[in-house]
Design a protein around this ligand. Structure first.
Ligand SMILES: [Zn+2]
Length: 234
């Protein structure tokens, strides 16, 4: 094979691999961010469930204070019943006592409902805690894996780029310019393999004459369809 053509084929191989690895490396930060987002969401859900438990506990404490106060009120009024002189006042106080007893009974029930709610909310919080624990462990493990992968890719890429640089130096300047231009304008494929029928870059049929010339790999031939540099893989 013509030496320049051979170098271009090698360059194309390197550039193709570089493009693939570059693409793979570029997706990794996004993948890490997505995993991090899941962890942030799990933590937010835990915070919300913790806030719910605290809200219910606060409500329970309030109800218990109301209950104590109603209990003290009741005692006070019950004590007063013995000191009352008139029937009218007695009836009024008795009515108050009944009202307080009713209030106490309602509050007692509300405290019980509150305790049930706290129990349920606490179970949900425990589940959310577990979810955060699992998500966090997975995140750290996967993040490490992705970062290791990225390092490997970057290492391989730096070797490829160095090799690519060395190979480029050997190619005649105007030919290298053509190669680089095609690489840019033809979706990363500047050097295309030719089969007995067509260019693998654009699938345009090759004339028998072009085919014969390409087959010899003895000169730089470009495809009439896409302009890519053609070579024959022997
Ligand atoms: Zn073509």
């Amino acid at each position: 094979m013509l030496e320049d053509l051979e170098r271009l084929v090698q360059l194309q191989g390197l550039d193709t691999e570089i493009a693939v690895l570059d693409g793979a490396a570029a997706t990794i930060p996004g993948q890490i961010r997505m995993m991090e987002q899941q962890l942030i969401q799990a933590k937010a859900a835990l915070d919300a469930s913790t806030a719910e438990v605290e809200k219910l506990q606060k409500l329970r404490r309030q109800k218990e204070r109301d209950l104590e106060e109603a209990g003290r009120d009741l005692k006070k009024r019950q004590g007063r019943l013995y000191e009352i002189k008139t029937n009218q006042e007695y009836a009024a106080t008795l009515k108050e006592v009944e009202g307080l007893k009713q209030k106490i009974s309602t509050l007692e029930e509300e405290v019980l409902v509150c305790l049930d709610d706290i129990d349920s909310a606490g179970k949900i919080r425990t589940q959310e805690e577990e979810k955060v624990r699992i998500t966090q462990a997975e995140f750290l493990k996967n993040k490490q894996q992705r970062e290791d992968e990225l390092l490997k890719l970057q290492h391989r890429l730096s070797i490829l780029r160095k090799t690519r640089e060395d190979r480029s130096e050997g190619v005649e300047a105007s030919l290298l310019q053509l190669y680089l231009r095609l690489l840019k304008s033809r979706d990363g494929l500047a050097v295309a393999q030719a089969t007995s029928r067509s260019c693998e870059g654009c699938h345009v049929a090759l004339t028998p004459q072009v085919c014969n010339e390409v087959r010899r790999n003895a000169e730089i031939r470009t495809c009439e369809g896409c302009g890519r540099i053609l070579y024959w893989k022997g």
